[in-house]
Design a protein around this ligand. Structure first.
Ligand code: HEM
Length: 143
């Protein structure tokens, strides 16, 4: 049972990071200023964020199950650090993508600014996920 939960946990970690790498070529195409294609590019962007959001929920639930079934104490430093970074990245995810797409749709920022902001956000989010991945895999004892 424990190995099924770890498998689910790792699979959801893959699905939390993977979709973001698809977004780089999409961002490159968005710069071409083809307004008809732009809508479908924005849809790909939002679909990727939706997958990441669902995978994130599975990641948290399977993580809680691992803590419970594996008798890991909640005071474990690498778990606490992962949760801290995770709360930060949820707040970040909520602010980084949809609000900027909406600003563009309401013509408050131009396309170049939107692409720049989205690219920066994608890198930032990947960076945060890699920090969490490192805490989970290396399990450093920080205190
Ligand atoms: C609420 C948040 C989380 C909790 C409570 C949690 C809990 C755990 C626990 C207890 C393990 C150890 C399983 C074992 O070795 O017996 C584990 C492993 C793992 N977690 Fe998480 N996790 C969380 C979030 C995350 C996140 C955000 C990621 C990825 C970005 C992640 C990726 C992994 C991976 C790849 C492993 C396997 C590492 C290994 O065993 O070498 N987890 N998790």
């Amino acid at each position: 049972m424990y190995s099924i939960i770890i498998f689910t946990h790792v699979l959801s970690a893959i699905l939390s990071i993977g979709p973001f790498f698809v977004l780089f070529p999409v961002l490159n195409r968005m710069k071409l200023q083809n307004s008809e294609a732009l809508d479908s590019h924005l849809e790909v962007f939002q679909a990727a964020i939706r997958i990441v959001k669902h995978a994130g929920h599975v990641l948290v639930v399977s993580g809680i199950l691992l803590m419970w079934r594996g008798n890991w104490p909640w005071t474990t430093s690498w778990v606490i650090m992962t949760i801290v970074v995770m709360v930060g990245s949820i707040v970040f995810l909520a602010r980084a993508f949809k609000p900027n797409i909406r600003l563009y749709q309401n013509e408050m920022i131009d396309l170049d600014t939107l692409v720049l902001k989205l690219r920066r956000s994608v890198w930032m989010y990947i960076f945060l996920l890699l920090i969490m991945l490192w805490f989970m895999v290396a399990k450093p004892i920080l205190w």
